[in-house]
Design a binder for this molecule. Structure first.
Ligand code: DUC
Ligand code: ZN
Ligand code: ZN
Ligand code: ZN
Length: 464
């Protein structure tokens, strides 16, 4: 047969067009797109379906140590399996440098965990927590050249946070190498001050997580990160933006001519701080940083998706179990909200939520959906063979049933957590078949691929 695989009769979407076409695949790549393609050794009937580039989730945490006996709910096997069922073919987890550790040493560990265990392709962002002279002078530039072309810095969390001088020095590595810096923008000192006040008041329940990380704390840090990037004169990625004032900072920086890439996540569209008010300790299920805000913030984030403030829509999948000794329910005997591990699962529900709430409700069109969930991630993070349905690209394809109706139930998901923060949310549209490098991995909701089919991908510099 002329093709290994033909996906026939579907509606193909790219970041700029939506059109009816067959897609022909050979040797793992898309080799022809057109009408009435010749036979494939394997054929998929996509009539009535959407044929989209496999999702790229450029912000996930897998097997990341979280301190104090807290264990993440997903390793590379369960996390990438969950990603795959959610229509993704590539994930970019973080490689955390612990203080005193070299980046190479950290990477060796993460690669060992990922190798042979992944259902999706993957690559790593580096988290720089210890920007020593040798890290900044030698290690980091060498790693950028090796294909680790992005790194994240934190303005919050003792043990991770960098001071302004360290952020400037780390950004300078990006200036010299062309790599991209991602910044977690929350002011740690302000948070500590507010935590102290809440604890003094005996205000210890999960809801206080949100009130001790208010919008001003994120807005100030966003302004500072953008200013530091301006001083150094480098592009910057502001990750997990949750609210209007932080969005306004990005708009203002762009108006000054700065290159800023904005990212938001599902939790800022469909959750609010009121979700942290559950019975008993249920609110812990929604503890993530920055925290979910209010209706006005949700509207601002939707507006940012519609108007182009955001280039990236990622999950920030950072899963912890709820009812588990290493989870969210009972950290240190529920003595304070501040011991609840920060993060929520969402790698499998990211795309269905944006499709259902965004495309099906008319807020964004299908081309914008593709840009926000795949194409832009590939451009920003240098995955040159991915993120588009086009000749020559990797045959990473998600086939969607736009009419599927589902209610999110954790029992139907494939991650290692024991709950979903989106339980009960009604969804229209779900990916049914997922192809990775020309291999069918999920067929009509059934897993047919193997762990280990997903491979590591070195990256190039951004094409901004
Ligand atoms: N930042 C993240 O990016 N993910 C989870 C927790 C956090 O603070
Ligand atoms: Zn973060
Ligand atoms: Zn309070
Ligand atoms: Zn994150």
């Amino acid at each position: 047969a002329p093709f290994d695989l033909v996906i026939r009769g579907g509606t193909v979407a790219t970041a700029s067009d939506v059109f009816a076409a067959d897609v022909g695949v050979r040797a793992g790549r898309i080799v022809q797109i057109g009408e009435r393609l010749e036979r494939g050794a394997q054929e998929i009937d996509a009539a009535g379906r959407l044929v989209l580039p496999g999702g790229i989730d450029s912000h996930v945490h897998l097997s990341q140590p979280s301190g104090e006996g807290i264990v993440m709910a997903d390793d590379f096997e369960s996390g990438t399996r969950s990603a795959l069922f959610g229509g993704n073919t590539t994930v970019l987890p973080f490689c955390l440098q612990e203080r005193g550790q070299s980046l190479r040493e950290a990477l060796t560990g993460y690669h060992a965990l990922a190798e042979g265990n992944c259902y999706t392709d993957h690559s790593f962002h580096l988290i720089v927590s210890d920007p020593s002279p040798s890290v900044l002078g030698q290690e980091l530039p060498a790693l950028v050249a090796d294909g680790y072309t992005s790194f994240k810095v934190f303005m919050t969390y003792e043990g991770l946070r960098l001071n302004d001088g360290q952020i400037l020095e780390t950004m300078d590595v990006a200036r010299r190498t062309g790599a991209l810096v991602m910044v977690h923008c929350e002011n740690e000192d302000a948070i500590r001050y507010l935590i102290g006040r809440h604890e003094a008041d005996g205000d210890l329940a999960p809801r206080a997580h949100a009130t001790t990380r208010p919008i001003v704390v994120e807005r100030e840090a966003t302004h500072r990160a953008l200013s530091l990037a301006e001083v150094v004169d480098v592009p910057v990625v502001i990750v997990h933006v949750s609210n209007g004032p932080a969005i306004d900072e990005i708009r203002a920086a762009r108006a000054r001519g700065r290159k800023v890439i904005g990212e938001t996540c599902p939790q800022y569209l469909v959750l609010t701080a009121a979700d942290l008010d559950g019975m008993d300790w249920e609110g812990a299920k929604f503890v993530c940083s920055p925290p979910p805000r209010d209706k006005a913030s949700q509207d601002a984030c939707w507006n940012g998706l519609e108007t182009g403030v955001f280039d990236l829509f990622s999950s920030d999948h950072c899963p912890f179990r709820y009812d588990d000794p290493a989870g969210k329910l009972n950290p240190k005997g529920r003595t304070s909200f501040r011991h609840i591990p920060n993060g929520i699962p969402g790698v499998e529900t990211r795309l269905p939520i944006l499709f259902s709430e965004g495309v099906m409700k008319g807020r964004i069109d299908l081309a914008r959906f593709v840009a926000l969930t795949a194409t832009n991630h590939a451009k920003v993070y240098g995955l040159t063979a991915k993120g588009r349905i086009a000749v020559g690209m990797d045959a990473d394809i998600a086939i969607w049933d736009p009419e599927a109706r589902r209610t999110i139930r954790h029992a139907d998901l494939h991650d290692g957590a024991d709950y979903s923060p989106y339980e009960g949310l009604e969804i229209r549209g779900w990916p049914t078949t997922v192809v990775l490098g020309g291999k069918v991995m999920v067929r009509e909701g059934e897993l047919v691929g193997q762990k280990g089919d997903g491979r590591y991908r070195a990256r190039t510099l951004a094409s901004l």
